[in-house]
Design a protein around this ligand. Structure first.
Ligand code: SAM
Length: 547
């Protein structure tokens, strides 16, 4: 019969040194020796792993138990050395540093006394065991798809002394059904990070359908962590709470809209904490992580946003910032909102609080879409006075008052069926000309719903240059000119009076420094829309009544 553990591992553990040379079979033996079978829910798949394995006994088992009682997770560490990171990747098995686990659970303890803790994708049980320590009478439920990891979490739970109130369920979290309980459940953990191309089509359909049933739209490009958020929304009851740590990309990418929408409605987000890569949220991958706290069933009016710069030797976080619901609804990227608000004098706020900044439309070929001899005869209704060069704004001074000096951009509607006679002929002639230059096949035009329809944005009441060797010009646009992508438009979130808009443009023109933007070689400075939204301005009240 096979000895329970190779001597070298035993020696290293007994000496308290690093762990190596462990096989998965050794881990099964060790788990049995620690009492894994005492935790409810032992599955046939786990039973199969134990075939012809003798439970480990003796000083090694006691040493591992002692480590667990000291708050360590030697089983998880051994698992990560027995199974390489590339072998763990398809299941998204990256274990969470204990410092982060503790911080996340402490934050939940500060707001709730849950009756049950559910840890989806439990791995070696770091969250569920730590939760057992913190919530001394809560029921503990770990859900895990991998039989070996499930067995390790059992052993971990048993060694920590929580077998009586714990259960490990070997299941896919997306269709694991949990019994209803009368009290509050806390969902805690680190949902697996698995990219969409490793997710089966049947699950992609599940995501879209389940989201649709709840009035949400889902992208099939979503990673597995989005599925875990949705499964939690399905399973949880109003008043339940949760904290998940995931890769941060969903804050900013298109598929993340599903998670962002859930947090604004149903999975009520309360706090979002970005953990910067230098804090090493996951030791073997250089990545930005995000911790998301939620209270199920709520529609938050605001969410707290924060960044963590270090977790060692202590948790170093920026001051939390409260961001209102409207702003979160309006933004398709959230990570920049986690940066602390710049402190200005009393009454000053960030421009983004009152205005969205949008880059102007890209035409794809200005020589075709800006009117000229090639477009003669087109109806006035498709020609729009547009700022097409930054110098037009620099020249305008504080206010753009004369639109006639601006060139016109051709912006045809998607539906051309309303034109007839001479207008229709002129449009057809123009389109034939554009096709002769293969403009319709260009990158930008071919991605439009109708290649001929540029889709200019509505006039912005304030226009700004964003790339120059001088600070940007902010110009009040009283002639309702449109703009293309050489300028940004400032769009008030709520209506602002003429006087406030003029003072806002005047303030920004004098107060914005080159150092607020991003400097490129040769002294060229660029302001991305999000950077412009971070500029500090007097509040509308202060602009109205300057002291
Ligand atoms: C990122 S690891 C986290 C492990 C542990 N909670 C921790 O934080 O240390 C994710 C875990 O989810 C498991 N997993 C992957 N897909 C799953 C699924 N569909 N249902 C349940 N668990 C799954 C993996 O096997 C892995 O153990």
């Amino acid at each position: 019969m096979k000895p329970p553990m190779p001597t070298v591992v035993a020696d290293q553990l007994l000496l308290g040194g690093p762990v190596g040379l462990v096989t998965e079979r050794d881990l099964v033996a060790l788990s049995l020796g620690l009492g894994a079978h005492r935790v409810g829910g032992f599955s046939p798949e786990e039973l199969a792993l134990t075939a012809s394995v003798t439970p480990a006994t003796g000083p090694l088992v006691e040493r591992v138990r002692a480590e667990i009682l000291r708050g360590k997770d030697p089983l998880g560490d051994m698992f990560c050395s027995a199974r390489t990171s590339s072998a763990r990747r398809p299941q998204g098995a990256v274990y969470t540093p204990l410092l982060i686990v503790r911080q996340m659970l402490r934050s939940i303890a500060a707001q709730a006394r849950p009756d049950r803790i559910v840890d989806p994708g439990a791995g070696s049980g770091r969250f569920i065991v730590e939760a057992g320590r913190l919530f001394s009478s809560a029921q503990l439920v770990a859900i895990e798809l991998d039989p070996l990891a499930a067995m390790l979490s059992r052993a971990h739970i048993a060694a920590a002394g929580f077998s009586e109130r714990a259960q490990v369920i070997l299941a896919d979290y997306r269709n694991a059904r949990l019994p209803r309980i009368a009290g509050q459940t806390a969902y805690v953990g680190n949902p697996p990070y698995v990219r969409h191309h490793l997710i089966a089509p049947v699950w992609k359909r599940w995501l879209v359908e389940q989201a649709h049933e709840r009035g949400l739209s889902a992208s099939q490009l979503a990673g597995l962590h989005a599925y875990f958020f949705l499964a939690t929304l399905i399973e949880a009851r109003a008043g339940d709470v949760g904290t998940f740590i995931t890769a941060a990309e969903w804050l900013d990418v298109n598929y993340g809209a599903l998670i962002r929408d859930m947090l604004l409605d149903g999975l009520g987000g309360t706090k979002i904490v970005v953990v910067e890569p230098q804090a090493e949220p996951f030791p073997d991958v250089m990545t930005t992580a995000v911790i998301t706290e939620f209270t199920v069933g709520s529609r938050p009016t605001s969410v707290q946003l924060q960044r963590v710069k270090s977790i060692r030797p202590e948790w170093v976080a920026t001051e939390a910032r409260t961001v209102g619901r409207e702003r979160l609804e309006a933004e398709s990227r959230w990570s920049h909102l986690t940066r602390p608000v710049r402190r200005g004098p009393e009454g000053y706020i960030e421009l983004g609080e009152i205005c969205r900044v949008h880059r102007g439309q890209v035409t794809g070929a200005n020589k075709v879409w800006v009117e000229g001899a090639h477009s003669s005869g087109l109806p006035d209704s498709v020609l729009f006075r547009t700022v097409t060069r930054a110098k037009e704004l620099f020249k305008a001074g504080s206010t753009l008052t004369d639109a006639t000096a601006l060139r016109r951009v051709i912006d045809l509607p998607e539906d051309l069926s309303n034109f007839s006679g001479a207008e229709k002929r002129a449009i057809e002639k123009f389109l034939a000309y554009a096709r002769s230059l293969r403009v319709n096949e260009g990158y930008v035009a071919s991605r439009r719903r109708a290649w001929w329809s540029v889709g200019l944005r509505r006039p912005a009441p304030v226009l700004a240059t964003y790339m120059a060797r001088r600070p940007p010009a902010f110009v009040r646009n009283v002639v309702e000119a449109r703009h293309i992508n050489i300028a940004h438009g400032l769009y008030p979130r709520e209506p602002l009076s003429d006087i406030v808009l003029s003072r806002l443009a005047a303030y920004l023109s004098t107060a914005t420094r080159l150092s607020d933007g991003r400097m490129y070689a040769g002294g060229l400075t660029k302001f991305e829309p999000r950077e412009m939204e971070r500029l500090l301005i007097p509040s509308p009240e202060l602009l109205m009544n300057p002291t």
